[in-house]
Ligand binder design. Structure first.
Ligand code: NAD
Length: 480
């Protein structure tokens, strides 16, 4: 059954969109029409921005952190009540396997919200401090109107990273979902419309990159939080720089999973492969460079290949499926281009690389492993955003750390070992925003997440994530 929506949640009410344009969302598995939803136009963004400015001076401005925390909890519960539906919608719109969607797309998103609710409860929005002469009151006040720009790969999760932080801080937010995966944002809007938020605190304006540009440069917007490609992030950052506008950028990654020589391969291999291939490899924090001791390279490659060959590729709605289709034909073509580049550059293609048999109606690429990869080669340096992993040999720990850090990106990473202390010590040397030891948790839903280098600027989640939606001001108190 095709989902049809005709209205947009703008300024606290379901509004008739300013344009007739729609997004027809097709399943990446078989091309069937999943949904037809309205596309917002610049006039809808303008209305959302005006409503957000009004909310800054309305009852929302008077709420305490604890009251906003309560609102975030209501939102989380409302989404949990519709978790199966949301997981199904996201699986249908962008191809995330059902096995992953319920937790990875939806419950992980509500965990993010629950984390922000806790932060809001206990956050010190004001504190008295000594000044040079007399006391001062240091306040953390909402940054103003925020704009959140969201990609298609984990649409609800990334939306909640921005929405939860803005709600905790008390900043109204205008969210722009992507054209490829806008549908779950309408279910989110249903829940938002029911939890009793004042008008203008949240508006949702699905649209394309041009609408994103309009939002980023909008005169009533004070802060932009962008998640997406490094290329688009550079443009957003440039606009914000020119306008002296606060800006958080969460961009691409090429994270390294380092297998130490004492790792237990039986437990490491399935978890590390999941950290690289989950969501069909379309995860910014995916562990796509597998660093292995050179002496154990072939043994580890054999173990990885054995596991990859057990993965079930197919219809993402099937509970058996491990790897579904890529979001679009364009994304599949891009990934296949990288496979050709890897072969041309002399990497060993040890499994996958082609299109799986019998799935011609969808945008599928087999889970693919390259071995003996040079860290300087294109497939080791550029974000592929598909089910393609590279195995790179290292000589010793210092070399492994140097290879992990030798990347334009710096988003996530992992270390695998039976020696906890050794693992924590190596993790401490990896220059990325997140690094896990013996765990496939590549994004921690309650703690700061973000990138070094071209992976972005700023942090989301945790108290640091809330800070990004606050301005700090000093009131000099009378001292006489
Ligand atoms: P994209 O950059 O093409 O688009 C992301 C969003 O930005 C979409 O909503 C799009 O409409 C909008 N947009 C595009 N150009 C814009 C511009 N110039 N101004 C304003 N808005 C613009 O990325 P995508 O293809 O949707 O997503 C995949 C990329 O996102 C990957 O590179 C991936 O690594 C990255 N990503 C990063 C994180 C993270 O937290 N670091 C998380 C998920 C995805």
């Amino acid at each position: 059954m095709t989902i049809e929506r005709t209205r947009l949640l703008v300024g606290g009410a379901w509004q008739v969109p300013s344009t007739d344009a729609t997004f027809a969302v097709r399943s990446p598995h078989d091309g069937r029409l999943v949904a037809v939803v309205p596309q917002a136009g610049p006039a809808d963004v303008d209305a959302a921005a005006r409503a957000a400015v009004a909310a800054l001076d309305g009852p929302w401005a008077e709420t305490s952190g604890a009251e906003r925390g309560e609102m975030i909890r209501r939102l989380s519960l409302g989404l949990q009540a519709r978790a199966e539906e949301l997981a199904g919608v996201i699986t249908d719109e962008m191809g995330s396997p059902a096995k992953f969607s319920l937790f990875g797309q939806v419950l992980a998103a509500t965990m993010v919200l629950d984390g922000f609710a806790e932060v809001a409860d206990g956050f010190a929005f004001a504190a008295e401090r000594p000044g040079a002469v007399g006391p001062c009151l240091v306040q953390k006040v909402p940054v103003g109107v925020a704009a959140g720009i969201v990609p298609w790969n984990v649409p609800l999760f990334i939306t909640c990273m921005k929405l939860g932080a803005a709600l905790a801080a008390g900043a109204p937010i205008i969210l722009k979902p992507s054209p490829e995966a806008p549908v779950s944002s309408f279910v989110l809007a249903d829940v938002l419309a029911e939890i009793g938020l004042p008008p203008g605190v949240v508006s949702i304006v699905p649209g394309d990159a041009d609408l994103g540009r309009h939002l980023v440069a909008h005169p009533l917007v004070d802060k932009v939080s962008f998640t997406g490609s490094t290329a688009a992030g550079r443009q957003v950052g440039a606009t914000c720089g020119e306008l002296v506008r606060r800006c958080t950028l969460e961009l691409g990654g090429k994270s390294a999973g380092i297998i130490l020589d004492d790792a237990d391969l039986a437990t490491t291999v399935p978890q590390l492969l999941d950290a690289g291939l989950q969501n069909n490899g379309q995860v910014c924090a995916a562990q796509t460079r597998i660093l292995v001791p050179r002496a154990a390279h072939d043994e580890i490659v054999d173990a990885l290949v054995d596991h990859v060959r057990t993965l079930v590729v197919g219809d993402p709605r099937s509970p058996e499926t491990d790897i579904g289709p890529l979001v679009s034909a364009r994304q599949r073509d891009r990934v296949e281009g990288y496979v050709r580049t890897g072969v041309a550059d002399g990497a060993q293609l040890v499994t996958g690389g082609g299109r799986p048999a019998g799935l011609d109606g969808g945008h599928y690429v087999e889970p693919t492993l390259f071995a003996g990869v040079d860290n300087r080669s294109t497939i080791a340096r550029e974000e592929i955003f598909g089910p393609v992993l590279t195995v790179i040999g290292y000589d010793d720990i210092d070399h492994a750390v140097a290879l992990a850090n030798d990347s334009d990106f710096g988003l996530s990473g992992s270390v695998w070992t039976t020696d906890r202390d050794r693992g924590v010590a190596v993790a401490g040397r990896i220059r990325t925003g997140t690094c896990a030891v013996n765990s496939g948790i590549i994004v921690e839903p309650r703690n700061p997440f973000g990138g070094f280098r071209s992976s972005g600027v700023g942090r989301e989640m945790g108290p640091e994530g809330v800070e990004a939606y606050l301005e700090t001001r000093t009131v000099v108190l009378p001292f006489a």
